[in-house]
Design a binder for this molecule. Structure first.
Ligand code: PNS
Length: 173
């Protein structure tokens, strides 16, 4: 049997407990899992830079020996070939994710038939969780307990506070 190298791509802005749940599941299934943070130009200004997102992911996965963290630009399938990866891992939380994920998986397969997409479900308690919702709750001063690791929560609050002060000259809370 050949070694299965999988890429888990995403924006991870910031990494959530749902992402970490999927990384743990993926690390058990694949020989090697590369978490690949995309420079996503479509999504507007990110909360964290690529190096900051990488640093947080590295800190959260340091105990997983077959997991590494990287960043990439351009087409995901080109990055997969560069890394000799045979699979892309994506999480599906609810039916609403399926349509977009199917489109992306089929388009990636059309461009590069050597790479298969594998879908996994995170634990049920993370089925409503996303980085976008975490950013929104944090901006509105809501609790992030259980949604992101404590270290990430502190970084998110700090960044939102900094942004608020530079935009208004005032403290958030
Ligand atoms: O966390 P996200 O934002 O859902 O991740 C989306 C991501 C980064 C996986 C997707 O936008 C992507 O693969 N971007 C790389 C560019 C690419 O290959 N686009 C064609 C997809 S069919």
């Amino acid at each position: 049997m050949k070694d299965i190298v999988a890429i888990y791509p995403g924006s991870f802005d910031p990494v959530t407990n749902g992402h970490l749940d999927l990384i743990h599941r993926g690390s058990k299934l694949f020989d090697k899992l590369i978490v690949a943070i995309a420079r996503n130009l479509d999504k507007g200004e990110p909360l964290f830079s690529l190096p900051e997102r990488k640093e947080m992911l590295e800190a959260m996965t340091s105990q997983l020996n077959n997991v590494s963290i990287d960043t990439f630009e351009g087409l995901l399938v080109s990055y997969c070939i560069k890394k000799n990866a045979n699979a892309v891992l994506r999480g599906i939380r609810a039916i609403s994710d399926y349509e977009f994920e199917l489109q992306m998986a089929l388009m990636n397969r059309k461009m590069e038939p050597r790479v298969e997409t594998v879908f996994m479900m995170p634990a049920e308690q993370y089925s409503y969780l996303s980085s976008r919702i975490v950013r929104e709750i944090a901006k509105l001063g809501g609790p992030l307990t259980g949604l992101v690791p404590q270290m990430v929560e502190e970084r998110v609050r700090e960044r939102i506070e900094q942004r608020h002060i530079s935009a208004t000259g005032k403290h958030l809370l």
